[in-house]
Design a protein around this ligand. Structure first.
Ligand code: 1GP
Length: 233
């Protein structure tokens, strides 16, 4: 029988997980084999998603990634058009840092016909945009204000509210290419107050910095740009 919580269990138990983010908008199908070969040995899973992706491209990229690796592939969709059945799980992201109903609930309703058709593991995820001091694509596309890094109490309360709503995973996002990644103190506080796995991403450019996040309590560190530019060390 299908274990419908396999990836959530993996996220709950894998310490020091490194997720490499592949943006379907920035990669070509023909380059996937080479891209898979260049993944760092530390990679524990692959995230696929982006803010602006043409319809059909996400599914095509996922399908091809699956052909060349047995690593778990997790969808991190910018919108419901990026849904693909060629993945191990979907992060069902609700942008709880913002107040735009489109990304709090409406995209989710639009996703249901697809999810009804495909038996996919769906992970209810609290997605928080934290101010990375950069005008990132997430901010542009979602038209929401990020939470300032020093508003730690608001971040904790937002995550607790999300937990009470049944969300099972926290994703702290500084935005792709952020100048200022998420502060370690935010992770440390959340770790003390909430027993949900924490993913963090945005502006993390080295494995040594990733290590600092693990020490602070993050389970999964997401790296996109530094891998894309092949400068991740
Ligand atoms: C974006 O958190 C990810 O959603 C990754 O950000 O591209 O800065 O690594 P970077």
């Amino acid at each position: 029988s299908i274990d419908n919580q396999k990836i959530l269990k993996f996220l709950n138990t894998s310490t020091a997980g490194l997720a490499i983010l592949i943006d379907p908008d920035k990669e070509e199908v023909d380059d996937i084999p080479k891209l898979i070969k260049s993944l760092p040995v530390e990679t524990t899973c692959i995230l696929v998603g982006g803010s602006r992706v043409e319809p059909g491209k996400s599914d095509l990229i996922c399908k091809n990634i699956k052909l060349f690796t047995s690593l778990p592939v997790i969808l991190f969709p910018g919108d419901e058009k990026q849904l693909s059945s060629n993945v191990d799980a979907v992060l069902f992201l609700s942008l709880v840092s913002g107040r735009n109903p489109e990304f709090l609930i409406n995209q989710h309703v639009k996703a249901v016909p697809f999810l009804r058709k495909h038996a996919l593991e769906v992970i209810p995820t609290a997605y928080l945009l934290i101010d990375g001091e950069t005008r990132t694509a997430v901010r542009e596309v979602t038209q929401t204000q990020p939470i300032p890094q020093d508003s730690i109490q608001l971040i904790v309360d937002t995550c607790l509210a999300a937990k009470f709503l049944g969300m099972q995973l926290i994703y702290l996002e500084a935005g792709s290419g952020a100048q200022r990644p998420v502060d370690f103190n935010i992770i440390k506080r959340l770790k003390q107050e909430i027993d949900l796995p924490i993913m963090v991403g945005g502006g993390i450019k080295s494995l040594s910095l990733a290590n600092e996040y693990y020490k602070a309590g993050a389970r999964m560190v997401v790296v996109g740009t530094a891998f894309e530019q092949r400068i991740l060390k």
